[in-house]
Design a protein around this ligand. Sequence first.
Ligand SMILES: CC(C)(COP(=O)(O)OP(=O)(O)OC[C@H]1O[C@@H](n2cnc3c(N)ncnc32)[C@H](O)[C@@H]1OP(=O)(O)O)[C@@H](O)C(=O)NCCC(=O)NCCS
Length: 193
Amino acid sequence: MFNYFFFDFFMVYELLMKLTHVPVKKITLRKLNLTKDISNKYLKWMNDLEVHKYTEQKYTKHSLINIRKFVKEKNKSKNEFMYGIFLKRNNLNIHIGNIKLGPINFIHKTGEISYFIGEKELWGKGYTTLAIKEITKIAKKMGLKKLKAGLYEMNIGSKKVLEKNNFKLEGKMKSEIIHKGKRYNSYWFGKIL
Ligand SMILES: CC(C)(COP(=O)(O)OP(=O)(O)OC[C@H]1O[C@@H](n2cnc3c(N)ncnc32)[C@H](O)[C@@H]1OP(=O)(O)O)[C@@H](O)C(=O)NCCC(=O)NCCS
């Protein structure tokens, strides 16, 4: 009886959270571990043309070797800081995507951000909105005064996560990209910290 009550309670709670678009579980950001986090799951995300349809990653055939090399470089870098986005579930921290702060211009105190959630079934649950909130705190602690992000104009999800974090459209770059044989604009969003 007691167990059934909790089972139902949590089912209703999860459903309510989904309906209200509040993330059910919190995310954390941390640097990627070169042995534990360079997984086949991560490789699959990088070669997934649906995940990367609006990013430049789709033009690269990824391997575990080039991912490890990339993460190693970022972990050593002094002006690019890459973090895994980890979702807390049943006391485990599950790697679901990445967010990067950088390149950073320390003279002008500005930095770019880029992000993706590799697990497609976790899109639309608020996790990137939260990850951008976290990376903004990190950027402020570093003394940065402005963040910016570039995106393809048709990437509605990316535009929304930026707007939800109070980034504003600053520039439309005309006819910057080719997508499915047609030319499109790209956007730059910025946020003064
Ligand atoms: C774009 C992306 C990062 C958004 O991340 P996310 O965790 O799904 O975003 P959130 O859940 O925080 O979404 C915020 C809003 O965007 C909406 N959204 C997310 N993905 C969407 C999509 N593909 N199409 C339309 N709206 C979308 C959400 O429904 C939510 O809207 P709401 O608040 O009005 O309900 C994610 O879809 C992704 O990883 N895409 C592939 C990689 C990519 O394009 N990266 C960005 C390159 S610039």
